[in-house]
Design a protein around this ligand. Structure first.
Ligand code: GAL
Length: 396
C-alpha cells in the first residue's frame, strides 16, 4: 500500500514537472502558400513531438510585409508571440528594443558558431549573443521555366544573357503564351529588379548601388541600362499581373500558361508541391547574367523574452529543432531553399538545390555572394522602403 502511494506521488510529481516543461508556443510566420505550408508543418510536428503546443499565427502576404505590421502591433500592445519570422538587419531593430530572448545556451551547447557560415551567424547575434535562429538559405536570383512552353515556342535552352532572354520571350509571345509570369506587387517588382541589376551590372555594381547606396554607382550609365532592361520586361507580362500573388504567378508556369518567372527558390516549393520535377516539369537556371553571383536570403526566427519557465523551455526546444539536421533536411526539401548548416549532405536534394549549394560556396569565395536587398538582407526595412519609392519615381 505504502509502495503504491509512493508510486502515485512520484507519478504526480513527474506529471507536474512535465506540465512546467510543456508550453504553448505562438509562432508568427507568413508561410501560407502550398509549398510553404508543407514546410512549416514540419516545424510544428517537431515541436509537438517535444511535448509543446504550436499556436499558429500565420499572416498571409508574400515577402512578409503584412506579417511585420501584425508583429509590430502585437509588440506595441505588450503581447508579442513566443517566436516570429524576422530576418536580416531587422533582427537588430528588435534586439535594440530590448525585447529579444538570449538563446546562447542552446547555441553554445549545439555549437552554432561552428555550424553556421559566419555571414549568417553574425546577423543572428546582437552584442555577441544569439537572438535569432536561422532556418535556411534561399537564393533569389533564379529564373524558372516551363519546358513545354519553351519547346512549343522553339526556344532551346535557358537564356544566359538578357539579350538572349528577350529573343526567347519574343518567341513565346508569338506562340501565344505569356512570356513572363509576374505578380505586380512592390516586393515582387523589387525581387525582379535586383536580379536585373545583378545581371546587367555584376556583383560589384549591385553592392555599390543597392547595398552601399553609392551615388556614383546609382547615377552611372549602368543604372540607366538596368532600368531600361527592367522596364522592357513589362511588355512580356500579361494584363492581369497587377497585384497578383507570387504563388499564383508560379502556378501560371506550372500549368503551362507562361514561359518564365523570376523569383527566389521558394517558387521551387510550389513546383515540388505540385509534383513537378526539375528538368522534366520545370527548369531552373540563374537569372540572365547572374550565374557567377548569388543573392542570399536567410529566413530566421526571433524569440521574444517571456517570463514563464515552460514557455522559455519551449522556445529553447524550438531553436534547437530549427538547427537540427533532421529539420534542415526535410524543411528545405519542401521549401526550395538549402540547409543553413555548413557541410550538410545534399545527396537527397534535387538538382536546383545542389546547384544552389555549390554556387553558395563558390560565390562566397569569388565575391559574387551578395545580400538580397528586396528580401531585407542588406538594409533596414525603413531605408529599403524609401529606395523602392525612388525606383518607382525613376520609372515614371
Ligand atoms: C521571402 C521569404 C521566403 C518566402 C517568400 C514569399 O521573403 O524569405 O521564405 O516564403 O518571401 O513569401
Amino acid at each position: 500500500m505504502l509502495k503504491l502511494s509512493k508510486l502515485a506521488t512520484a507519478m504526480a510529481l513527474a506529471a507536474g514537472a512535465l506540465a512546467v516543461q510543456a508550453a504553448e508556443v505562438e509562432v508568427l510566420h507568413y508561410w501560407t502558400s502550398g509549398g510553404e505550408a508543407k514546410s512549416v508543418a514540419e516545424l510544428k510536428k517537431m515541436l509537438e513531438a517535444k511535448g509543446h503546443k504550436w499556436k499558429d499565427f500565420a499572416v498571409a502576404g508574400g515577402g512578409g510585409d503584412n506579417a511585420q505590421t501584425a508583429l509590430k502591433s502585437r509588440a506595441v500592445a505588450g503581447n508579442p508571440p513566443a517566436a516570429a519570422q524576422v530576418k536580416g538587419p531587422a533582427i537588430q531593430d528588435w534586439a535594440n528594443e530590448g525585447m529579444l530572448a538570449n538563446i546562447d545556451a542552446v547555441a553554445k551547447a549545439e555549437k552554432w558558431d561552428d555550424l553556421l557560415p559566419k555571414v549568417v551567424g553574425d546577423v543572428m547575434k546582437s552584442k555577441g549573443n544569439y537572438v535569432a535562429a536561422p532556418v535556411n538559405v534561399h537564393r533569389v536570383n533564379w529564373m524558372w521555366a516551363n519546358p513545354d512552353v519553351l519547346k512549343k515556342a522553339g526556344v532551346s535552352g535557358m537564356p544566359k544573357t538578357w539579350d538572349e532572354f528577350f529573343v526567347a520571350a519574343d518567341k513565346i509571345k508569338k506562340s501565344g503564351d505569356v512570356a513572363l509570369a509576374h505578380g505586380g506587387q512592390n516586393w515582387q517588382d523589387f525581387t525582379v529588379f535586383e536580379s536585373v541589376a545583378l545581371g546587367v551590372g555584376g556583383a560589384k555594381y549591385y553592392n555599390d548601388a543597392l547595398v552601399k547606396l553609392d551615388p556614383k554607382a546609382l547615377q552611372s550609365p549602368t543604372t540607366t541600362k538596368v532600368l531600361e532592361t527592367f522596364k522592357k520586361l513589362k511588355g512580356y507580362t500579361d494584363n492581369a499581373s497587377n497585384g497578383r500573388d507570387w504563388n499564383l504567378t508560379t502556378a501560371m508556369v506550372i500549368q503551362g500558361k507562361a514561359g518564365f518567372q523570376f523569383m527566389g527558390d521558394w517558387a521551387k516549393g510550389e513546383f515540388t508541391a505540385a509534383g513537378k520535377k526539375p528538368g522534366e516539369g520545370f527548369l531552373c537556371a540563374a537569372a540572365p547574367g547572374t550565374a557567377n553571383a548569388y543573392t542570399f536570403n536567410v529566413d530566421s526566427f526571433i524569440l521574444f523574452k517571456l517570463k514563464d519557465a515552460g514557455a522559455q523551455k519551449a522556445q529553447a526546444d524550438l531553436a534547437s529543432a530549427i538547427l537540427s539536421k533532421e529539420f534542415q533536411e526535410v524543411f528545405n526539401q519542401n521549401k526550395g531553399s538549402i540547409p543553413v548548416r555548413l557541410g550538410h549532405d545534399m545527396s537527397k536534394f534535387d538538382a536546383c538545390a545542389q546547384l544552389s549549394a555549390k554556387d553558395f560556396v563558390a560565390t562566397a569565395k569569388s565575391g559574387g555572394l551578395v545580400p538580397s536587398v528586396a528580401h531585407g538582407m542588406a538594409i533596414k526595412p525603413a531605408a529599403e522602403g524609401s529606395d523602392q519609392r525612388h525606383d518607382q519615381r525613376l520609372l515614371e
